[in-house]
Design a protein around this ligand. Structure first.
Ligand SMILES: [Zn+2]
Length: 414
């Protein structure tokens, strides 16, 4: 095959062949695909080589040496070398298998190559402990929590509309939710585990307090208008949306919708059923409780990655966005900014947000962002419509039963 090549190509082909001849092992292009976390170019070889994994002869693949640079560069970020065996410690072979492929021969040969490259860190009989132990994870969590608090405070009291760092921080968190989470049980690394879709036809509930008989008649005669989301100019300050931006706040049941209103005993409440007109995709905060961070990728550096630090905030994120309090005009700023970031994420892949009710144990809220519709009224299309088959239901609040416990002041414990 050499005769068809020009001089430079012949030199290159010779170099590759030499590299292959001197290699301690060859991996064919098929087996190469099974070595995760690496994307290496195939190198065509002049003579067929025997793959050390599948033992087949193949015309293209990569020499094992091709993996040394990246492993040497990245493994020391994930592990510390230790002297003593412990519950957490791993052998070099186990680490190599974790980042490449579960194959004894590959692990043994790569361990030798790595030892040659960097004998101080890599030893075929060496023991290693993950850098990210529980204590470090706890530290990361605290750093992330402090950062959330810092940005929340700055957004409220110093800078709001041009706070790029806060915007980047929120975007980092959403990226992490979208790309780095997997199900706790049998989880695969599929993207978007945090999303949940509801099918066309799903029923959601919306409630309003009725102040007079006149209003009661209005709810009955024009439920879409009076139970639907308010027009933008009347939209109030809400957990996920600032005044002037009208999101549709709905709930999974009539009970949740009523509880979220925080009514007084004696109030009359109108509840309407709204039906999804198409499949709607939500960023589901309740999903976060059943998800966990996937294993760090080889190129992720746990020692200094802001991205990685942020990811530890995820377990508390749901509590942060759904925490109950008597809000004043600025208390919701950070959740409003966070929800706007979700709304704009990847050009609008999410139709809304799901989060737990702070007023009813087990209740779930569905907030729909809506799109500007193209009709002459420039109204907002939420893709949910009042159920015309069932009437608006009215409820009277009999009792609000508080549940509480006595708390002692922290000082008493000192
Ligand atoms: Zn093979």
């Amino acid at each position: 095959m050499y005769e068809y090549l020009n001089y430079a190509e012949k030199v290159e082909a010779n170099r590759k062949q030499k590299e292959m001849d001197n290699s301690v092992g060859f991996i064919c292009s098929d087996c190469k695909k099974r070595i995760y976390k690496f994307d290496r170019k195939n190198k065509p070889v002049n003579q067929k080589q025997t793959c050390i994994i599948c033992k087949k002869h193949s015309p293209d693949g990569v020499p094992l040496e091709g993996y040394v640079f990246r492993l040497n560069d990245c493994i020391p970020n994930h592990f510390n070398r230790v002297d003593k065996d412990s519950e957490a410690s791993l052998s070099l072979h186990q680490i190599i298998k974790k980042f490449t492929i579960d194959n004894e021969c590959v692990a043994r040969k790569l361990a030798e190559l790595l030892h040659k490259e960097n004998s101080e860190f890599f030893h075929p009989d060496g023991l290693y402990e993950p850098y990210l132990d529980e204590r470090t994870m706890e530290e990361f969590k605290n750093i992330a929590q402090e950062e959330w608090n810092k940005f929340s405070k700055e957004l409220k009291y110093s800078r709001r509309f041009t706070h790029q760092k806060a915007a980047d921080f929120f975007m980092g968190l959403i990226n992490c939710c979208y790309f780095d989470l997997k199900k706790k049980v049998n989880g695969t690394n599929d993207f978007g585990a945090v999303t949940r879709s509801i099918e066309k036809g799903t029923v959601l509930y919306r409630a309003r307090i009725v102040c007079s008989d006149e209003e009661k008649n209005e709810f009955q005669s024009a439920p879409n208008k009076h139970l639907g989301a308010p027009p933008s100019h009347l939209a109030a300050n809400n957990r996920m949306s600032p005044p002037g931006i009208s999101f549709m706040y709905t709930a999974d049941t009539a009970d949740t919708a009523i509880a979220e209103l925080r009514p007084y005993v004696g109030d009359t409440i109108a509840v309407g059923r709204f039906i999804a007109q198409k499949t709607l995709t939500f960023f589901d905060f309740t999903n976060l409780d059943s998800l966990e961070l996937r294993e760090p990728r080889l190129i992720t550096n746990p020692r200094n990655s802001q991205y990685y630090i942020n990811s530890h905030l995820l377990s508390t994120l749901h509590a942060l966005v759904s925490k109950p309090f008597r809000a004043n005009s600025i208390d919701y700023i950070e959740t409003q900014m966070f929800s706007e970031t979700i709304r704009n994420y990847q050009k609008g892949i999410f139709d809304g947000i799901i989060f737990k009710s702070s007023q009813l144990e087990g209740g779930v809220n569905y907030v729909i962002f809506g799109n500007d519709s193209k009709d002459e009224h420039h109204s907002i299309e939420y893709n949910v419509k009042i159920d015309t088959q069932s009437d608006v239901t009215f409820y009277k609040v009999n009792a609000m039963t508080p549940s509480f416990k006595e708390v002692t002041s922290a000082n008493k414990h000192l």
